[in-house]
Write a protein that binds this ligand. Sequence first.
Ligand code: SF4
Length: 307
Amino acid sequence: MKEKINTINNFLKEKFGEKIYKVSLDGGFTCPNRDGTAAYGGCIFCSESGSGEFTGTRTKSITEQINEQIQFLDKKFIGEKYIAYFQNFTNTYAPVKYLRKIYEEALSHPNIIGIAIATRPDCLPDEVLTLLEELNRKTFLWIELGLQTLNDEVAQTFNRAYKTSIYKEAAIKLNQRKIKFVTHIILGLPYENENDYLETAIFAEKCGTWGLKLHLMYVVEKTPLEILYKSGKLKVYEKNDYVKKIVNILENVSYNIVIHRMTGDGDKKTLIAPLWSLNKKDVLNSIQKELKIRNSFQGKIKEDNLS
Ligand code: SF4
């Protein structure tokens, strides 16, 4: 029977015939949004580690990080195959020679069967795209783009430092080269309009996104967002409201969009709000419950509109 949501776990299990895990790696990058190339200070919600709380240690080689993470994961699961996930900061923001070195080091590890690379759409020059296209022919690869919202005014308030048109252009180039990409969307951004989150998801699908990562806006220590939250200028979602909005997205995008994430993943040591997000299992169960209440599934509204 078809699952209600086309999750990445199910997708990978079907593709590789077993459960696939991700190892989160730190490639030693920074971000043009922090070093002054695009802006200073970064996105206001970005943590000290560049929104990669659970990655390996950057002083270690990629191979060492993979081995360490596999060892750690093996205590909880039994897995043989992993995806190397370059997660924190901007993982295409370096000379191509360096990118090739670290990506190929990851792919040469016997347990690695694919690669995921998180980046910004303004960090995909032609020479990087050519490298990604080459790797994409040899392995299972996807790129992740931090769009967060299609609303340029909102994006300005959190200091994204690129226009939505740049995302659209990057999407066209990735599609032309048949490189899969996942779009990150944040629900609950400061000053967002009521329907921005839904319009952003629909827009990402129109731009040809292969997957969606849906994040809850959460506040962590030592970020500019913490100041905004503590001054009372930012409201965080109540769980029920968030769950309903996630289900709205699921119903309005096609079933073939792969859902990589449906909630936030703050580190409990630094998370300030909302604290309910720490119980990830409960949030995911609540999403399933809401689908059941609505007698619905991913793509339902799209399907209804077509029939
Ligand atoms: S683009 Fe990513 S790494 Fe750079 S500041 Fe924003 S969230 Fe952090």
